[in-house]
Design a protein around this ligand. Structure first.
Ligand code: HEC
Ligand code: HEC
Ligand code: HEC
Length: 444
């Protein structure tokens, strides 16, 4: 039974969030409000100094709370976003200050207990679909600033649908066991041997940013594996790549600047080889896709440049680590027939935008040559992009004005496999071919 429950939690945790309407970007990180008093109840929230609320809003953005706590077409934070699992649907709660429907009656202690310990005011455990395994690292005062901000908002009396998990998954008590074994409670401890910038980046990446909830593989119990932190994992059919400094699989070839730019804009220059200078035309670029596009839109693009740089500095310092299951490096060679078929499909469907030699066209079309997404060992992100288009929600396009159409209903599984294999093994790219079966598995 534990196995199934655990599989359930894996599914819950990995469910991706939908985009929520955004606010204006924060030009600069508001100063920490550590000195200002924190509200103890909802009624006092409106009397707080404005700086406190700006700071709380900024931290809520860093935690991407709105993305999960807002359903499509719903008001911010009123909840109701369905997260599908094989065992039923879990709906995010209303976290506006409504006393009957939201968190209006949460005390500061209740709020901290929920986000740092995963326990509700009535003493029952939450499912880790709420990323408390990351939020546990966040300082009390930063979480309470978020609470103060939430309490300053308009209460909504929207009632999200009942979470409807099938027995025994509906029995919350079972989560106590999970928490005992897998929840590593405790605040972030700065490393005195590192710079302030590194520590700030580590705090944001490991805490509110909850990057590991997608980029760290999970064990059978659906808990992230500390020994494999940030080495890459499958999320909802997408592959959230290795963020350690591994040269082939990870961010080893990215500079701090490129990484900070990607986090801010969803776009980054692509390079195949460390020794290779960036294309002088500046053409090669990669765009954030799928769940990452949402993270960039809803959260990262609104953070201060200094914070994004700090995150990049920290990530670039993660020692290279690759899962040993990865294939030995051998050059990928397509048969002549596969190459010709791929070239034909590419010429007809792709080259108008991505250009004849996969070089892309700045700033509209990312290069496929030397593109880290195309070169990922796992074909998930290429296939999801072909099946769904990019981005799936056109308002989220990173390339100005242009979206990539979906080929899911235009090309067959075999054609998608053929063109994906072609772009992955051409123009110096070097990633394994794809089968029609893999495409079929990712169709929904
Ligand atoms: C990845 C999605 C996700 C993100 C991001 C997220 N939450 Fe949640 N949150 C949930 C889910 C799902 C639940 C309900 C869990 C359950 O029912 O066991 C929840 C529950 C809560 C609760 C308990 C509400 C209640 O009525 O018991 C609070 C408070 C909360 N979240 C606040 C936040 C804050 C603050 C942030 C940002 C720092 C945040 N959440 C980010 C998914 C998310
Ligand atoms: C109408 C123009 C257009 C066509 C046709 C097109 N694409 Fe795209 N493609 C784009 C744009 C624009 C993006 C970036 C989307 C974004 O901003 O998220 C993209 C992104 C991608 C990506 C992800 C790259 C990254 O770094 O994020 C891949 C892979 C890709 N396209 C492959 C293909 C293939 C293969 C075809 C042909 C079957 C194709 N595209 C056809 C415009 C196009
Ligand atoms: C909801 C899941 C999710 C979360 C949370 C998330 N990511 Fe991602 N990330 C992905 C996926 C999926 C991809 C692959 C698609 C793409 O390349 O855009 C990705 C891609 C990336 C890439 C591009 C890597 C490459 O080699 O192309 C970087 C860098 C990155 N994420 C950094 C972060 C950071 C930093 C955080 C935390 C602030 C974060 N991600 C949080 C899912 C997530």
């Amino acid at each position: 039974m534990r196995f199934c429950l655990m599989t359930l939690t894996a599914t819950l945790v990995c469910a991706s969030s939908l985009a929520a309407a955004g606010d204006e970007p924060a030009a600069n990180a508001p100063a920490s409000s550590a000195d200002s008093s924190s509200a103890t109840d909802a009624s006092s929230a409106n009397d707080l100094p404005e700086g406190r609320l700006v700071y709380g809003k900024y931290m809520a953005t860093a935690g991407d709370c709105m993305a999960c706590h807002t359903r499509p077409d719903g008001k911010p934070f009123e909840g109701g976003l369905p997260i599908e699992t094989p065992f039923g649907t879990i709906y995010t709660p209303n976290i506006t200050p409504s006393k009957g429907y939201g968190i209006g009656s949460f005390s500061d202690k209740d709020f901290l207990h929920a986000l740092q310990d995963g326990i509700s005011p009535s003493g029952l455990p939450y499912y880790p679909a709420l990323p408390y395994p990351s939020y546990t690292k966040v300082k009390d005062d930063d979480l309470l600033a978020i609470k103060d901000y939430l309490m300053s908002l308009e209460p909504s009396n929207y009632q999200p649908p009942e979470t409807d998990l099938r027995w025994p998954f509906s029995v919350r008590d079972l989560m106590f066991g999970w928490q005992t074994v897998y929840l590593d409670k405790g605040r972030f401890e700065p490393d005195p041997n590192r710079s302030d910038e590194w520590n700030r980046g580590a705090y944001l990446v490991e805490g509110l940013g909850h990057c590991g909830s997608c980029h760290t593989p999970r064990n059978m119990a659906g808990a992230t594996e500390p020994s494999k932190a940030m080495t890459g994992a499958i999320v909802d059919g997408w592959y959230a790549p290795n963020l350690t400094s591994d040269l082939d699989e990870g961010l080893g070839r990215w500079t701090v600047d490129e990484l900070a730019t990607f986090l801010q804009t969803g776009m980054a220059p692509a390079k195949l080889d460390a020794s290779e200078e960036q294309d002088p035309s500046g053409a090669p670029a990669t765009a954030a896709l799928g769940p990452m596009a949402e993270v960039v839109h809803d959260s990262l693009s609104k953070l201060a440049t200094s914070d994004l740089r700090a995150m990049a500095v920290y990530l670039k310092d993660l020692p290279p680590k690759t899962e040993p299951t990865h294939r030995p490096k051998v050059p990928e060679v397509l048969t002549e027939e596969a190459y010709e078929k791929g070239r034909e499909i590419y010429a007809k469907n792709c080259s108008a935008c991505h250009q004849d030699h996969g070089q892309g066209l700045k700033p509209y079309f990312p290069a496929l040559r030397g593109n880290p997404v195309v070169n990922e060992e796992r074909p998930n992100d290429v296939l999801k992009t072909l099946l769904l288009g990019a981005p799936a929600d056109p308002s989220e396009a990173f390339s100005p004005h242009v979206v990539m159409p979906s080929f899911g209903s235009v090309l067959t599984d075999q054609q998608i496999a053929t063109v994906a294999s072609y772009i992955r093994a051409n123009w110096g790219n070097d990633a394994p071919p794809v089968t029609a079966k893999e495409v079929k598995a990712l169709r929904k």
